[in-house]
Design a protein around this ligand. Structure first.
Ligand code: 5GP
Length: 206
């Protein structure tokens, strides 16, 4: 076999192997769910990880679909048993990514999206250095506040807390690999989709 052919074959191999792990963070109310759901329906081969949380379900949220809703005791037991890829406290509740399903999906060659806050994102990057960190930012904090109020799922006090966390989250944006600004949903979806597609073409020199 000629040398160029051998090289070409070696280049193709990474594309047939494991999927990419994508971490998507961004302040509460920025529109992460809408963007992720739209991109998932437009992009075959991408799945979303379902997190566990001690937060009570919001109206319309379903166990096993939006989250696995656990008691604090169940969550602590899962932590002890090493069931989470990462976990963090956000506000007054815990959130964690179940390890096993993510690993299985990556092995199947699927790209897996974790919609998690920033502490968890950095834990993932440490454990999986090839993870791609995407930050979804609002056009402004003023606009974020408006969206949180409009969503109407949080009390005034909780909105204040989420805005305080949002300021802290925006401060660590430079540690992310990509930033997508959610001004127009369609444009933000195009941005996230472009990242997923480009990352599939990345040549990884292991
Ligand atoms: P919410 O209560 O609005 O559903 O989520 C609050 C925050 O927790 C969001 O920033 C969300 O992305 C984050 N979150 C959801 N699941 C996880 C998880 O498994 N791990 C971590 N670290 N954060 C999560």
């Amino acid at each position: 076999m000629r040398e160029e052919e051998q090289t070409g074959e070696a280049l193709l191999l990474p594309h047939q192997q494991r999927g990419n792990l994508l971490v998507v963070s961004g302040p509460s109310g920025v529109g992460k769910d809408t963007i992720i759901e739209k991109v998932l329906t437009q992009t075959p081969g991408v799945v979303r990880s379902i997190s566990a949380t001690t937060r009570p379900p919001r109206e319309g949220e379903r166990d096993g679909q939006d989250y696995f809703f656990l008691s604090l005791q169940q969550f602590e037991e899962a932590v002890k048993a090493g069931k989470f890829l990462e976990y963090a406290r956000y506000g007054s509740h815990y959130y964690g990514t179940p390890k096993e399903p993510v690993e299985k999906q990556l092995q199947q060659g699927l790209d897996v999206v974790l919609k998690i806050e920033v502490q968890g994102a950095f834990q993932v990057k440490q454990i999986v250095p090839t993870a791609i960190l995407v930050f979804i930012a609002p056009p402004s904090l003023h606009e974020l506040k408006r969206r949180l109020i409009q969503r109407g799922t949080e009390s005034e006090e909780r909105i204040k807390e989420r805005l305080r966390i949002a300021r802290e989250e925006l401060a660590v944006l430079p540690r992310y690999d990509y930033c997508v600004i959610n001004d127009l949903v369609e444009t933000a979806c195009e941005g996230l989709r472009a990242i997923i597609l480009a990352e599939r073409l990345r040549i990884r020199n292991a």
